[in-house]
Design a protein around this ligand. Structure first.
Ligand SMILES: O=C(O)CCC(=O)C(=O)O
Length: 287
C-alpha cells in the first residue's frame, strides 16, 4: 500500500503503517557485522544467553557508579527485590548516563532479529546487591505474560556489570538451555552458572531463560544496570510514557525514543488520539 493508494482491502494491508508519515528507520544495530550477530544468535539459540566482555570502559563504569550511588537508599520491599539489594527504577527519567547501554549497537543488532520492529524498552534499573544477600528466586523475565511455554521469547534482557561480577558477589546466575523448557521449573540438579565477567561487560539473555540474582557472600557490593525489552504489542513493565517527560523524549536518541513508545506497532497499537505519538513531540509544549 502507498499513500496515493490508501485502500485497505486485505488484512495484509493492516500490517503496514497506514499513515506513512513517520517512516520506519533502521536501528543502530545495523552497524554490527552480520557474522557477529549470527554468532550471537547461535549462542542465544543454544544457551539462551551470550556474554559480551568489556563493552564499556573503566571511565564509563566509574561515571555510572558516581551518578547512581547517591540514589541507592532503601533496600528491597520483599525477597524478590532483595532485602539486601538496592534498586533504582525509571533510570531514564533521572539521568542520561545509561543511555548508551540501552541503545548499544550490539544489543540492538540482536533485538532487531529477536523481536518485531518497534520493540519497546520494558525496564531500566540499577541493581546493587549488598553483602549478605541470598540468591534471588529463579524466574524468567517474560513469565508475567500469561502465554504458555515452550514458546519464542516475548522479551529479552541485558545485565551490565558496573562492578566485576564474581562467583560470590551476587553475579547473575543462569541455567543454560532452560529457555527451551516447557512447564518445568528449576530443581537442585539443574546446572546453574554464575555469570562471571569483568566490569563493563554485559550478559544478554532471552525472556524465557531461567535465571536470578546470585547470593552475595563477599564483603563488597555488586552494582549492575539492567535494561529489558519486549515485543511492541506487549505492555512494558515500566510505564515510560508516563514517567519520562516529553522534554527528555526529545533529547534521547532516535532508538531510545522509539523504544519509549514513540512508535507504532502497525497499524494502530501505540497511537495517540488516532495519530502517531511522535506528533506529540512536534506540537505539544514540554510536559
Ligand atoms: O541482579 C541480577 O543479577 C538479576 C536480577 C533479576 O533477574 C531481576 O530482578 O529480575
Amino acid at each position: 500500500m502507498n499513500i496515493e493508494d490508501d485502500a485497505v482491502t486485505t488484512l495484509e494491508d493492516l500490517k503496514g503503517d497506514l499513515a506513512q508519515r513517520f517512516k520506519w528507520t533502521p536501528s543502530g544495530g545495523g552497524s554490527i557485522e552480520g557474522a557477529i550477530v549470527d554468532a550471537d544468535m547461535a549462542a542465544l539459540d543454544r544457551d539462551g544467553y551470550v556474554i559480551w566482555e568489556n563493552l564499556l570502559g573503566d571511565e564509563q563504569c566509574q561515571q555510572i557508579r558516581e551518578i547512581v550511588r547517591p540514589w541507592l537508599g532503601h533496600t528491597g520491599r520483599n525477597t524478590f527485590e532483595g532485602r539486601h539489594t538496592q534498586r533504582i527504577y525509571s533510570v531514564l527519567s533521572r539521568t542520561r548516563v545509561c543511555d548508551r547501554l540501552v541503545d548499544h549497537p550490539r544489543v540492538l543488532a540482536v533485538l532487531d532479529r529477536l523481536l518485531m520492529p518497534n520493540y519497546l524498552l520494558s525496564a531500566l534499573q540499577a541493581i546493587n546487591i549488598l553483602p549478605g544477600e541470598t540468591a534471588q528466586l529463579a524466574h524468567h523475565d517474560d513469565g508475567f505474560y500469561p502465554v504458555p511455554r515452550p514458546r519464542a521469547p516475548l522479551a529479552a534482557a541485558t545485565i551490565w556489570a558496573i562492578d566485576d561480577f564474581t562467583a560470590n558477589n551476587g553475579a547473575t546466575v543462569v541455567i543454560p538451555g532452560s529457555q527451551r523448557w516447557g512447564k518445568r521449573r528449576p530443581g537442585p540438579d539443574d546446572r546453574a552458572l554464575p555469570v562471571v565477567m569483568p566490569a563493563g561487560s554485559c550478559v544478554f539473555f532471552v525472556g524465557t531463560l531461567w535465571h536470578g540474582g546470585g547470593a552475595n557472600t563477599s564483603s563488597g557490593e555488586r552494582l549492575a544496570v539492567t535494561a529489558q525489552y519486549c515485543e511492541p504489542w506487549l505492555r512494558p513493565m515500566e510505564a515510560f510514557s508516563l514517567s519520562v517527560s516529553r522534554e527528555i523524549a526529545r533529547t534521547v536518541s532516535e532508538d531510545i525514543r522509539r523504544m519509549l513508545g514513540y512508535s507504532i506497532h502497525p497499524p494502530f497499537v501505540g497511537a495517540v488520539d488516532g495519530l502517531h505519538p511522535l506528533r506529540l513531540l512536534e506540537t505539544e509544549p514540554n510536559l
